[in-house]
Each structure stands twice: as structure tokens, then as C-alpha cells.
Write a protein that binds this ligand. Structure first.
Ligand SMILES: Cc1cc2nc3c(=O)[nH]c(=O)nc-3n(C[C@H](O)[C@H](O)[C@H](O)COP(=O)(O)OP(=O)(O)OC[C@H]3O[C@@H](n4cnc5c(N)ncnc54)[C@H](O)[C@@H]3O)c2cc1C
Length: 558
């Protein structure tokens, strides 16, 4: 058994920031992650991080933009914290060494992003996440925090409604180990790979969200899935919103800047859900290029601007699509990008289970509501990562370590489960996963209807049944990827079911959730958060109020 006061699951920005805060408070804290921390998806973030640094900007306008962007589903008290604490967190990252791009007079440069009334997005070229992640990892190294890299956490241990630790598999030798912690902080990121087309890293499978769900913590607002309007045709690698922020245009096959028909004022810089639906409509109505894409044109920005502000995008386009954006437009289509929903937690990352915290993309603290603004997610990780690290450090002071018995029993049960998974013939995890991804892509995407959602729900139920017969044939103990994938698939199926059921029941259109059979937002019946509880028979849904402080819901217009 391994023992620490606090263990953070996840080595992305949220996890590293939480661990640093606990360390600063003198607590024995460790980080565990299924990949080396700097391989986390945070490192892929391109466009930037929001903070109202400008003299004419204010946290209040940042909050209004965020609430409006959320289609009024975000909790306004937590949005206020996010926007109020943003400048301090961004300056702190600068002080720790992040190489932000600069204005001519030496200030942190800020670019306009969709749905923002002000150029508020701080960036490091188009490699902002890489810079931020390395900065925090350097701080973790400096502090000497213990990091367990390449361990997959498979189960949370909850005893008398308190999280007392977890089990994890060391991927180097496939051995299970128990970890005892007075507090556990989940910072496990999103689940993008439930979909066929996603900008997310292949490791983003949502198994961390699944850990909390099956341990009895409700998942919140899972039907709200962000589809990014511009992902590269073929691989669906992200082409940052920064490309439109710098002045890029979108064209259909008739060379029309079609955004004029969808958001005449904001044009290409309308919010993500609006631009994604516009592109999907162009595709569905036959105005896209053969193969289902539109063009993102940045050629008019010129060689120098592209090389200085969007070098990563240029390289990605050349490497993965054979297109040089200096000379020709980039072929793009919408793809899954971000999870607004997640483990239900509050302004300090506390979940309903004591001793368990959730922050970052795996959590739903509800600052993004029905649609996240670009640049607000990186911000979410550092603001609430810090807060959760501090809250967990205060919590553990009054906690006693539990006896070993509970963990020993749990590990014996988990070993039995894994033994039963090994075999010579049965279902193959990859086939089920591919079918799941297609079901979600085709039926729970940008546009949703009752028929499609019903169909998806039934198909996922069948896939879950088939998954009970998965057998892992690879017998190696060293990096047994077949076993790791099979273990993570269970959570993917659970989450897909929660997303689909939430979307089926929510008979309205709000933010990223668009029902072609209920096209209007319906505040009277649906201005509420969805909560999904795990049961053996499938998710049980409940609802809770949205916190409204200063901004009364209005119609969104751009
Ligand atoms: C391509 C791309 C570009 C983006 N660009 C921007 C942007 O410009 N601005 C912005 O605000 N947002 C952006 N986002 C979103 C933002 O980057 C993410 O939401 C954010 O970085 C998530 O951070 P995180 O710490 O919550 O999770 P992650 O960085 O995803 O880290 C998750 C961690 O959890 C670990 N983990 C997961 N499951 C387990 C398990 N079962 N056991 C052990 N460890 C586990 C992983 O190893 C990893 O270390 C972008 C996202 C993508 C995909």
C-alpha cells in the first residue's frame, strides 16, 4: 500500500496546479497519472487563456460574456470566481516562466476569441498549453512532489460516504496497488474519444469521470458536448479559434462567406456552437466541398503573421493535410472538442462524497454551462486547481487515516475482476469501442433528434451487454495495452449512456445541445442542471437549479 495525505489523479494543468497548492501548504501530496504529466492533453491547447488584463476590460464583462456564452446555464457565482481570479492566475503563470506572446510595449498580448466582447485571450503563439504545462511541471519538479507516472487508476474506494483512496495498475508490470489518501483530487480531463471525430488526445477516454460516477457521485450536464467548428479534414486535429481570431474567413464551395447568414455581426467570431452548426448546415445542405468540409482561409494574413502567430497551425496543416495555409485555405469540419459536463463539484472542487474533489475538464463546477468560451478552459484548470488544492489541504487536517483492511479487500476483488477478464475467446474491446464511437458521432452530434437519440440509447445498451463478454487475449504483463483499453472501455460506455439519456430527455435547444425537433431554448422548463446517478440498470436523472446572481437570462444574439 502507498500512503499520502492527498493524491491528485491527473498530471494535466488542473492536477499539477492542485498539487502545487497542497505542497505550498506543507501537505504530503503526490500526483498519479496514466501518462507522464507533460503528455497530458493540456499540452495540446493552442489558442490561449482568458483574463481581463486590458485597461478597458473588467472581470465583470468577462463574466457577462461567459454567462451569455453558456446560454445562461452556468452558475453565476462560480463564473464570478473564475473571472475575478483570472488576472492573478495568469500573472502567476507568467512569473513562473510562461513565455506569453508580447505587445510592442512588452505587455502580455491578447487576441480576440469567439463570443468575447474584448481581446482577452493571452497566448504563447499557438502553443499556449505546451508552455503552461511545462511551466507548472517545472514548479512540480522544483517542489519535489512525488509523481507516479504511467499508472492507471481503476477504482475509487469509498467507505461510509468518504473517499479513502483508490486502486491503480502500474502499467509497467500490470500489478495492482492500493493507495491510501485522506483526500483524493480527480483531475483526469475529458472523454473526447467516445466520438469518432475528436480533437482530443487518444488518452482522453473519460475513465476518471467514470471512477466518480460508479462510486456514487452524480455527473452534471453531460449532454452538453462542445463540437469545435474547425478541425482538420482527415485527422480532426484542432485548428485553433485563434486562426479566426487573427482574421481568418470561412468559405463554402461557392466561395461565399456563409457566416453572414448565421451571425451577421460576429461573423467567423460568433460562438463555437453557432459556427459549428453553421458549418454542419452547409455540409448537410450540399454547399460544402465533396468529403464534407469548408475552407478556413488565412492566406490574406501573410507569411509573417502566420509564422509569428500561428506557426503550429501552419505545420499541422502541412504535415497532416498537405496544405500550406500561407498559400491555400485549410479544409475543416466540426469535431468533438470539449466536455462542458462532468463530475458535479463546487467552487472548491468538493464533490458530494467527502474527501473527493474534482477539477479541470473532468469536473462540472458549472462555469461553462451549455457552451464554453474559447480560452476559458485553461483558465478553469488553474483557478479551480488552486482552490481544490487549498480546500483539500484544509480538509485533511481533521481526518484520520483508515485501517488497511478496506483497501486489502478492495484489491482482492479487483484482482478477481481482472482475472475474469483474461481469456482465449470473447468480444474484442476495439470492435465495441469503434461501434460506440460511430454511434455517438452519427446520433449524438451537432444536431440531435428524438429518433436518433433513442436509437443511440438502445445501441449503447447492447454494446454494454456485449462488453460483459470482453476477453483480453494478450498475456503480457509489460504495458498490456489490450488490458488497459478494455478496462477503460467500461467507463466510455457508461458516459456515452449518460450523455445520450440527458440529451434525449432535454427537449429544448441550449448552447451546444441542439434538438432539431425542439429548436428553441425553454427557460421555463429547462433552465436547470441535469444530474445523472449510476445504477446497475442505467443512469437515473435528477435536476437542480442554476445559480443566477446578476445576469438575467436573455436571448443570445451575435
Ligand atoms: C487540441 C485542444 C486544444 C485546446 N485549446 C484550448 C485553448 O486554447 N484554450 C482553452 O482554454 N482550452 C483549450 N482546450 C481545452 C483545454 O486544453 C482542456 O480542457 C484542459 O487543458 C484540460 O486540463 P485537465 O488538467 O483538466 O486535463 P488533461 O490535461 O486532459 O489531463 C488529464 C490527466 O489525467 C490523467 N488521467 C486520466 N484518466 C486517468 C486514470 N484513469 N488514471 C490515471 N490518470 C488518469 C492523464 O494521464 C492526464 O495526466 C483545448 C483542448 C484540446 C483538445
Amino acid at each position: 500500500m502507498i500512503d499520502h495525505d492527498i493524491i491528485v489523479i491527473g498530471g494535466g494543468l488542473a492536477g499539477l496546479r492542485a498539487a502545487l497548492e497542497a505542497d505550498k501548504k506543507g501537505v504530503d501530496v503526490a500526483i498519479i497519472s496514466k501518462v507522464h504529466p507533460i503528455r497530458s492533453h493540456s499540452g495540446a491547447a493552442q489558442g490561449g487563456i482568458n483574463a481581463s488584463l486590458g485597461l478597458d476590460d473588467s472581470w465583470g464583462s468577462h463574466a457577462l460574456d461567459t454567462v451569455k456564452g453558456s446560454d445562461y446555464l452556468a452558475d453565476q457565482d462560480t463564473v464570478e470566481i473564475l473571472c475575478r481570479e483570472a488576472p492573478e492566475r495568469v500573472i502567476e503563470m507568467e512569473n513562473w516562466g510562461t513565455n506569453f506572446s508580447r505587445t510592442e510595449d512588452g505587455n502580455i498580448a491578447q487576441r480576440p476569441f469567439g463570443g468575447a466582447g474584448f481581446p482577452r485571450t493571452c497566448y504563447a503563439g499557438d502553443r499556449t498549453g505546451h508552455n503552461l504545462l511545462h511551466t507548472l511541471y517545472e514548479q512540480v519538479l522544483r517542489s519535489g512532489i512525488k509523481v507516479y507516472s504511467e499508472w492507471l487508476v481503476t477504482k475509487l474506494i469509498v467507505d461510509k460516504e468518504k473517499c479513502v483512496g483508490f486502486l491503480a495498475m502500474n502499467t509497467i508490470d500490470s500489478k495492482l496497488e492500493s493507495f491510501r489518501a485522506k483526500a483524493t483530487i480527480l483531475a483526469t480531463g475529458g472523454y473526447g474519444r467516445i466520438y469518432q471525430r475528436s480533437t482530443n488526445a487518444i488518452i482522453n477516454r473519460g475513465s476518471g469521470i467514470g471512477l466518480a460516477y460508479t462510486a456514487g457521485v452524480p455527473l452534471q450536464d453531460m449532454e452538453f458536448v462542445q463540437f469545435h467548428p474547425t478541425t482538420l479534414l482527415g485527422t480532426n486535429i484542432l485548428i485553433t479559434e485563434g486562426a479566426r481570431g487573427e482574421g481568418g474567413y470561412l468559405y463554402n464551395k461557392n466561395h461565399e462567406r456563409f457566416m453572414i447568414n448565421y451571425a451577421a455581426n460576429a461573423m467567423e467570431l460568433a460562438q463555437r456552437d453557432i459556427v459549428a452548426r453553421a458549418i454542419q448546415t452547409e455540409i448537410d445542405e450540399g454547399r460544402a466541398f465533396p468529403g464534407g468540409y469548408v475552407q478556413l482561409d488565412i492566406t490574406h494574413l501573410g507569411n509573417d503573421t502566420i509564422n509569428e502567430r500561428l506557426p503550429g497551425i501552419r505545420q499541422i496543416s502541412i504535415d497532416f493535410a498537405g496544405v500550406d495555409p500561407v498559400k491555400e485555405p485549410i479544409p475543416v469540419q466540426p469535431g468533438q472538442h470539449y466536455s462542458m459536463g462532468g463530475v458535479s463539484s463546487n467552487k472548491d472542487g468538493e464533490t458530494p462524497v467527502s474527501g473527493l474533489y474534482a477539477v479541470g475538464e473532468c469536473a462540472c463546477i458549472s462555469v461553462h454551462g451549455a457552451n464554453r468560451l474559447g480560452g476559458n478552459s485553461l483558465l478553469d484548470t488553474v483557478v479551480f486547481g488552486k482552490r481544490a488544492g487549498a480546500a483539500a489541504s484544509d480538509y485533511i487536517v481533521s481526518q484520520e487515516a483508515i485501517s488497511d483492511d478496506i483497501l486489502s479487500k478492495a484489491i482482492a476483488d479487483e484482482n478477481e475482476m481482472i482475472k475474469a477478464l483474461m481469456g482465449e475467446s470473447g468480444e474484442n474491446f476495439a470492435e465495441i469501442r469503434e461501434e460506440l464511437q460511430a454511434v455517438m458521432q452519427n446520433n449524438v452530434g451537432v444536431f440531435r433528434t428524438r429518433e436518433k437519440l433513442d436509437l443511440a440509447f438502445e445501441r449503447i445498451k447492447e454494446l454494454k451487454k456485449r462488453a460483459d463478454n470482453i476477453k483480453v487475449m494478450s498475456k503480457t504483463n509489460v504495458f498490456n495495452f489490450e488490458l488497459l483499453n478494455a478496462l477503460e472501455l467500461k467507463a466510455m460506455l457508461e458516459l456515452a449512456q449518460v450523455i445520450t439519456l440527458g440529451a434525449l430527455v432535454r427537449e429544448e435547444s441550449r448552447g451546444a445541445h441542439f434538438r432539431t425537433d425542439f429548436t428553441e431554448r425553454n427557460d421555463e422548463e429547462w433552465l436547470k442542471h441535469t444530474l445523472a446517478y449510476y445504477t446497475e440498470e442505467g443512469p437515473r436523472l435528477a435536476y437542480k437549479d442554476v445559480t443566477i446572481t446578476q445576469f438575467q437570462p436573455k436571448r443570445r444574439e451575435y
